[in-house]
Design a protein around this ligand. Structure first.
Ligand code: GTR
Length: 427
C-alpha cells in the first residue's frame, strides 16, 4: 500500500494547500493513539439495549439527536409546500436506452430559492415500476450524462480538473465530465432508475455558499445569519435535497418508491449516509469513499482528521463539530453509530486502496462496530473481522469492499451496488 494518496484524481477537488496537508498527514497505523468508541447499545440513561424494539423506541432517536447536535446539525422544518414540475422528457436518452425527465423541485413559500433541477433516468419498456438510485452530483446535470442536449446549469460550480468549469460556471466542456462516476447505462440496463441533482442547487460548496443557498432562505436572518451550535450545515442541506427527491419519486409511476437506494461519493457519500440515517424511505444506503465525517472512524488519527476537515470545510457540519478537532474522545458519537442508524436496512461501505486520506480501514471498522445493531434485527454483517483483500466484497446486511485504485466511484463500484441493491430489494 502507498504511504500517501496519489495526486491525480485528488487534484480535481483540492487546492494546493490541501494537497500539502494530505502529504503531511499521518498514514502510520502504529502512530494512532489508543481510543475507545462511544457505546452503541447503551442509552444515555445507562440502560443496555437488548432488542430491536428498544433500539427503535429509545436508542435510535438518541443517536440521531446526537449526530444532529454534534456533527451535522438539525434540519429546520419550515420548508412548507414542495412543488414538482416536469420541465422536459426525452424518450430517447442514453442512446435510446432510457427515458430522461427533468423535474424542477421548488418551495411554494420561498420562491426566491431557485430549486433543484432533478434529472431522472428510467429504463425503457419495463413491465413494472423499478428500483431507483438517488444521489447528488458534484457538477450540473450536463456533467452526469453523455447526452449533450441538456441546458448547461447556470449555478455556481466548484472548479476541478476535467470539470470544464470556468469562472465558477459550467461550460460546453463540462458535458459528460462526471459520466464515468454515474454509470447510467449500466444501471438502466440492469433495470434501475437513477435520480440525480447537483448539490449546488441546494447550496454552493464553499464556506460562504449558504448565503445564496437554501439554508439562508429558510432562516429568518437570511444571509446575515450567525450560525449556532446544532444548526444544520451544507451536508444536512444536501441530504435534505435527497429527501425531497424521495418525496417526488413517491408519485413517479416509473419508480417503485419502496425501493430507493441513496448513494454518494466522498463528501456526497457523507451526505448519503446522513440522508439514509434520517430518512428511512431509503431502503439501501451506499457510502462510496466517504472518509472523515462519513464512514471513517473519527477517533483514528490517520489521513484526514477532524481538525483538518473542520478547518477546510467548516460549512459542511454544524458549528459544534469543530470543538472535536484534536479532541475526538469528547465527541459522544463516532461513525459506527452513523452506520447503525441505517439498520435494519442494507448498508454498503466502499473504500479504495490508494485513498489513504479517507482511511479505508476506518471505513471498514465503522461497519464492523455497527454490527451489534444489525444483529438485534437478525441481520448478518461482514462475517469477518479483518479488512478483506482488494476487490473482494464481503458481508450481507452490511457489505464492504476495498477496490484497487484511487479516490473515485467506478464501474466496478456500481456493479457491486447494483448487485447489493437487487439482493436487498429482491428485484
Ligand atoms: C476532500 C475532503 C474529503 C472528501 C473529498 C471529496 O477535499 O478532504 O473529506 O470528501 O474532498 O469530496 O472528494
Amino acid at each position: 500500500m502507498r504511504l500517501f494518496p496519489p495526486l491525480g484524481c485528488a487534484l480535481a477537488l483540492f487546492p494546493l494547500a490541501a494537497l500539502a496537508q494530505q502529504k503531511q498527514a499521518n498514514y502510520d497505523e502504529s502512530a494512532i493513539p489508543p481510543y475507545v468508541l462511544p457505546p452503541l447499545l447503551q442509552s444515555e440513561a445507562g440502560v443496555q439495549i437488548t432488542s430491536a424494539a428498544e433500539w427503535i423506541t429509545t436508542r435510535r432517536s438518541e443517536v440521531l439527536g446526537l449526530f444532529e447536535k454534534h456533527v451535522f446539525g438539525k434540519a429546520p422544518s419550515n420548508w412548507g409546500k414542495v412543488i414538482c414540475e416536469t420541465i422536459s422528457v426525452n424518450t430517447d436518452a442514453l442512446n435510446g436506452k432510457a427515458v430522461r425527465k427533468l423535474v424542477r423541485i421548488s418551495l411554494a413559500d420561498y420562491p426566491e430559492w431557485q430549486g433543484i433541477e432533478l434529472m431522472l433516468h428510467l429504463p425503457k419498456n419495463t413491465a413494472k415500476p423499478v428500483p431507483c438510485f438517488v444521489g447528488a452530483s458534484f457538477g450540473g446535470n450536463e456533467a452526469v450524462t453523455s447526452d449533450n442536449d441538456l441546458p448547461l446549469s447556470t449555478r455556481w460550480m466548484r472548479p476541478g480538473k476535467g470539470s470544464g468549469v470556468v469562472d465558477n460556471h459550467s461550460t460546453e466542456k463540462s458535458r459528460g465530465s462526471e459520466q464515468e462516476r454515474w454509470q447510467l447505462e449500466l444501471a438502466v440496463s440492469e433495470g434501475f432508475a437513477v435520480a440525480t441533482y447537483y448539490c449546488g442547487d441546494v447550496e454552493p460548496d464553499h464556506p460562504e455558499g449558504w448565503k445564496t443557498g437554501l439554508r439562508s432562505f429558510l432562516s429568518k436572518e437570511g444571509a446575515a445569519k450567525d450560525w449556532k451550535d446544532g444548526e444544520w450545515g451544507a451536508i444536512g442541506a444536501w441530504a435534505w435535497g435527497l429527501s425531497r427527491i424521495a418525496d417526488f419519486l413517491a408519485s413517479e409511476p416509473g419508480v417503485d418508491a419502496k425501493k430507493l437506494a441513496v448513494i454518494g461519493h466522498s463528501r456526497l457519500g457523507k451526505t448519503s449516509l446522513w440522508a439514509g440515517a434520517q430518512d428511512t424511505r431509503f431502503g439501501v444506503v451506499i457510502s462510496n469513499n466517504s472518509g472523515e465525517g462519513g464512514a471513517a472512524l473519527m477517533r483514528r488519527n490517520i489521513g484526514e482528521t477532524t481538525a483538518i476537515i473542520t478547518k477546510a470545510f467548516p460549512h459542511w457540519f454544524t458549528k459544534t463539530y469543530a470543538n472535536y478537532a484534536n479532541n475526538e474522545a469528547a465527541c459522544p458519537v463516532d461513525s459506527h453509530m452513523l452506520v447503525a442508524l441505517a439498520a435494519p436496512r442494507g448498508v454498503y461501505i466502499a473504500s479504495a486502496e490508494e485513498d489513504r486520506w479517507a482511511d479505508p480501514k476506518g471505513e471498514f471498522l465503522a461497519g464492523l462496530h455497527a454490527q451489534p445493531v444489525f444483529t438485534l434485527f437478525g441481520k448478518k454483517g461482514y462475517g469477518v473481522t479483518e479488512l478483506p483483500p482488494v476487490n473482494t466484497p464481503i458481508g450481507e446486511g452490511i457489505r464492504y469492499h476495498i477496490r484497487t485504485g484511487s479516490h473515485d466511484i467506478t464501474r466496478y463500484d456500481w456493479e457491486q451496488y447494483i448487485r447489493f441493491a437487487r439482493s436487498q430489494f429482491g428485484s
